[in-house]
Design a binder for this molecule. Structure first.
Ligand SMILES: N[C@@H](CCC(=O)N[C@@H](CS)C(=O)NCC(=O)O)C(=O)O
Length: 292
């Protein structure tokens, strides 16, 4: 979905005032068009649109922006309030697995909003977020039909919702299952092995046991990556020449390799894949937005 700048109504300032009071935050004046981006603190800023799709990224609870606009009966950036309400909203935290879904949304050309969940303030365990995802984890994707969790499911949802982006072999049951098998392995084996480094308290109370789980991570994550390197990553992309939803997911996990203490020299294909991924505009954009 894209919208020109011309559609911003005269009531934009009124709307921003409403948003300001709704979130008790300060807003600078805006130029043509409207783009509302997240700031590190709970402050909204409005910037001139850089063209392309409407994006807004706001603090926790800010995803109600669409509803506020709807209640005010206005359109933002030429996009109808119904469209804003229907817009996908990704709850994410920087440097986590939610990056895979963020990249996939970009690759798909989806209209979406992002909402940062601040782990440093344990927002993932607060009632406000647990109402969105009772698992207390990111990612969570709010759709017009309900909320989705679990990265492999979200990635397939994105791929099927935007078939023109061809992010999965939709009409080839075997190839589709291969993509699912790869992503399932990342979700159920690689990610879980990685989590033993910082989330050992999920599985044990004894500090010695937690320390032991942490100590094992270079070995367990390394073994999983040996398999990916040797048997699963076809190259140049995961499934060969065709770019699929497996790639943002592998890239996201591969970003953790150094932290997990895995020897990169034994993973030339994985590192080549990571480097190539990091050049893609969608990847750059998602990362810049999460770190910005
Ligand atoms: N199986 C889930 C795992 C989600 C998950 O564990 N996310 C981590 C970030 S990578 C999280 O939210 N951790 C927060 C916590 O453990 O408190 C998926 O693939 O989406």
């Amino acid at each position: 979905m894209s919208a020109g700048c011309d559609g911003v109504s005269d009531r934009t300032e009124t709307v921003l005032e409403q948003i300001k009071s709704a979130f008790a935050v300060g807003l600078p004046p805006i130029g043509h068009g409207l783009s509302i981006r997240e700031c590190p603190s709970p402050v909204l800023t409005a910037n001139p649109r850089r063209g392309g799709d409407l994006r807004f990224s706001v603090p926790m609870g800010g995803w109600r922006l669409g509803e506020i606009c709807h209640n005010l009966g206005i359109s933002v950036g030429g996009i109808s309030t119904e469209e804003i309400k229907a817009m996908l909203k990704l709850f994410y935290a920087p440097n986590t697995c939610s990056l895979a879904s963020h990249i996939a949304l970009e690759e798909a050309g989806a209209a979406y909003a992002t909402v940062r969940v601040d782990f440093s303030r344990s927002e993932q365990r607060q009632p406000e977020y647990l109402a969105i995802n009772p698992k207390g984890r990111v990612p969570a994707l709010v759709t017009d039909r309900g909320i989705l969790t679990e990265t492999p499911a979200i990635l397939v949802f994105i791929a099927q919702s935007y078939p023109e982006a061809a992010l999965v072999p939709l009409h080839d049951p075997f190839a589709f299952a291969q993509a699912q098998a790869f992503n399932s392995y990342l979700c159920s084996t690689v990610h879980v092995a990685h989590a033993h480094r910082m989330r050992g308290e999920r599985w044990a109370d004894d500090p010695a046991a937690i320390a032991e789980m942490k100590r094992k991570v270079p070995q367990s994550v390394g073994a999983a990556y040996d398999l990916i390197e040797r048997d699963m990553l076809k190259g140049p992309w995961v499934m060969g020449d065709v770019y699929t939803i497996c790639n943002p997911y592998l890239f996201t996990m591969s970003e953790w390799l150094e932290g997990d203490g895995v020897d990169l020299s034994r993973l030339p294909k994985v590192i080549d894949h990571r480097n190539r991924m990091s050049e893609r505009p969608a990847v750059r954009k998602a990362i810049a937005e999460e770190r910005g």
